[in-house]
Design a protein around this ligand. Structure first.
Ligand SMILES: [Fe+2]
Length: 179
């Protein structure tokens, strides 16, 4: 499949009677599809938007080595399928205005993770190589107001895309200099 096929199949999965299992099955197939993986490897570092609509967002996420995203929520379901490398997910639950660590899941190529509407997670690429992931969200991931938790006390604050961009840039610079 190519990236247009991926988006078309995500739209079809969303219209299925049970969209989450349909999306999981799609990502299990897509993350192992050699033609699609080759196409997605041309993505730029960061969040490449393949599709963004009020009910569905599809991203090709290219994680540089060592990048770490602060804990954040999405306020919509999410499905993550890894096609290269590894994505470490750490989960949290709310405790007042802060959060407490609550397990994690390491994903390798071919693995799929489903996250519920209330999930709070932090993401890290532990590899010295780039990690590639297909992220599918059951809503408008780009415009949905949501939260992140930062600082020593992990206080809730509005999601700030600039912090994310700065972290991607930092990790990318570090990857360049260690090359
Ligand atoms: Fe996330």
């Amino acid at each position: 499949m190519n990236t247009d096929d991926l988006v078309a199949e995500c739209v079809s999965a969303l219209a299925a009677s049970d969209p989450l299992p349909a999306t999981r099955a799609l990502l299990e197939r897509a993350s192992r599809d050699s033609k699609l993986r080759e196409a997605l490897r041309h993505g730029r570092t960061g969040l490449n938007i393949l599709h963004n609509a009020p009910d569905l967002t599809v991203l090709n996420v290219v994680w540089p080595p060592g990048v770490t995203l602060v804990p954040h929520n999405h306020l919509m379901w999410a499905a993550i399928g890894i096609y290269d490398g590894r994505e470490e997910n750490r989960f949290y639950r709310r405790t007042g205005s802060s959060i407490t660590a609550s397990g994690g899941k390491d994903l390798d190529a071919g693995d799929v993770l489903m996250l519920g509407n209330d999930a709070i997670h932090a993401v890290h690429n532990p590899k010295r190589a780039y990690t590639g992931a297909i992220h599918v969200y059951g809503g408008d991931f780009v415009n949905q107001p949501r939260s992140q938790w930062t600082g020593e006390n992990l206080e809730e604050a509005p999601y700030d895309i600039e912090i994310i961009r700065a972290e991607f840039a930092r990790a990318e610079r570090e990857a360049e200099t260690s090359r």
